[in-house]
Design a protein around this ligand. Sequence first.
Ligand code: AMP
Ligand code: ZN
Length: 115
Amino acid sequence: MSDDCLFCKIVAGEVPADIVYENEHVVAFRDINPQAPVHVLIIPRQHIATINDLEPGNADLVGHMYLAAQHIAGVEKLAERGYRTVMNCNQDAGQTVFHIHLHLLGGRQLDWPPG
Ligand code: AMP
Ligand code: ZN
C-alpha cells in the first residue's frame, strides 16, 4: 500500500468503488467517468506506479490482469463483438492515477488510432 494512492485506498476498501470482480491478485471496478458503455479498470492489489516500474517478478501479475479482463469481457457479453484493453504510461499517454490499471472498454465501435 502506498500512502495517498487512490487505487490502493480502493483495494483497502477505504474509498468506495463499483467492484465487478476481484481475486487474490486483482480488483476490477467501473470507471467513474466511463468512456464507453462498459469501462472497467483492472488493478493489481500490489502498488506499482507505472509500466516503467514493472519488474520481471511481476510478469504473472500482469498476466492475471489480462485474465481478469478476459473474464469480465465474457460476463459483460463483449467477447464476440470485441473490446479494447489499454494501459497508459506517464504524461504523453495521459496517465492520471499512478497505480497501474488496465482499462477494459467496450459496448460501442471504438475509434482507431486513439487520439
Ligand atoms: P488514466 O488516465 O489511464 O490514469 O486513467 C485513470 C482513470 O481512473 C480515469 O479513467 C478516471 O476516470 C478513473 N478514476 C479516477 N478516480 C476514480 C474513482 N474514484 N473510481 C473509479 N475510477 C476512477
Ligand atoms: Zn496504489
